[in-house]
Design a protein. Structure first.
Length: 95
């Protein structure tokens, strides 16, 4: 299983727009083949710092996910939303 942690630092005045873009992504990703979990969390210590935790069966599932309209829309809007660059970490969970 492949696990992705994406940390988003969102501008305070863009929070509502970010959430509006993320909600459809959460719903669609959870229905995708190979998705074993897709959740967004907000830091309790740093407002507007979010972590997306994604669990995928394999790289092929990630590749398909990366082409979805919902994720492409979020990628396109991130320059408007972001207070600083997104941090992405990919790890592998062995059998």
């Amino acid at each position: 299983m492949e696990i992705i942690n994406a940390v988003f630092y969102i501008k305070e005045d863009q929070r509502a727009a970010f959430m509006a873009a993320v909600e459809p992504l959460l719903a669609s990703a959870r229905a995708e083949a190979g998705c074993h979990g897709y959740h967004l969390y907000e830091s309790t210590e740093e407002p507007n710092r979010f972590v997306m935790v994604e669990k995928w069966a394999d790289q092929a599932a990630i590749d398909a996910h990366n082409q979805t309209a919902e994720l492409q829309h979020l990628f396109k809007k991130m320059p408007e939303f972001a207070a600083k660059p997104t941090e992405i970490t990919v790890t592998h969970q062995g059998e």
